[in-house]
Design a binder for this molecule. Structure first.
Ligand code: ZN
Ligand code: ZN
Length: 261
């Protein structure tokens, strides 16, 4: 069985899991790779080096550790090392020589004011943190996402995938937009968007039905679809929980760059 075909079968399987199928595939692949790191490569020098460079995993992959390594043995080895490195790194924030005497104090004050007045008042360690390479698992997750979207678009008219997506939850907004990027202008993207829009419309109708049934004069019971509709709407707008992070860092500092290697 070729890798491409395995990817196709896994995508069909993801359509049965509930939620955006591409989000499900990306999360599943991340869990598999994280498991391999924690169970097999925790002492591997190359793995350690990559994680030291990236200052550990991102928030999403860090908290995924608890799902994957229930003994937390591999995680403990790894995080002892990462924490030790973090302690060393922040030492530069407290290791500056303290000024002695009034003249030295005034000189130190002048330097602090100059730093605060400059556009970037962070100490060097903040620059290093902002420029750290991307989380290694996010880099592989991005590859999985791209392959998954290419397969989805290229095979959208294939019988098995078409049937699986017909009874699946829809793609999330972010993955519809990314699908249109990876195969920009192709007729298959248009078909995928149209089918996804129909699904979004059905969820919107269920949400409206849920709202209308809140009316005190209403005698009609909620359906399971009504009650689930808000969770589906969350997933459409924001993707699977944790997968796309948050905007806390937006507009602040230097964006984290992918590792060129
Ligand atoms: Zn998604
Ligand atoms: Zn990550």
């Amino acid at each position: 069985m070729t890798e491409k075909f395995i990817g196709y079968l896994r995508l069909i399987e993801a359509c049965r899991q509930g939620g955006c199928p591409v989000c499900r595939r990306v999360a599943e692949e991340s869990r598999t790779r994280l498991g391999a790191i924690l169970h097999e490569h925790v002492t591997d020098p190359e793995t350690r080096r990559a994680l030291r460079d990236s200052w550990g995993f991102c928030n999403w992959h860090t908290w995924m550790v608890r799902e994957v390594d229930t003994s937390l043995f591999g995680a403990s080895i790894l995080y002892e090392d990462l924490l030790s490195q973090a302690i060393d790194r922040v030492t530069s924030l407290v290791d500056r020589p303290r000024p002695k005497g009034l003249g030295a104090w005034l000189t130190g004050l002048g330097a602090r004011l100059t730093r605060l007045a400059s556009r970037d008042a962070r100490p060097d360690i903040g620059d290093d943190y902002g420029r750290r390479p991307a989380c290694p698992l996010c880099l592989t997750a991005a590859e999985t996402e791209r392959h998954c979207l290419l397969t989805f678009v290229a095979c959208i008219e294939d019988g098995d995938l078409q049937a699986a997506y017909a009874s699946s939850d829809p793609l999330c907004l972010a993955h519809v937009l990314r699908a249109s990027e990876v195969m920009s202008g192709s007729p298959e993207v248009r078909i995928l968007v149209e089918r996804t829009q129909e699904k979004w419309q059905a969820i919107r109708r269920a949400l409206r039905s849920f709202v209308e049934k809140h009316d005190h004069r209403n005698q009609t019971a909620y359906t399971a679809e009504d009650a689930d509709s808000y969770v589906r709407a969350f997933e459409i707008l924001a993707g699977a929980r944790g997968l796309f992070g948050n905007d806390l860092g937006a507009g602040r500092g230097t964006p984290r760059k992918p590792n060129p290697g």
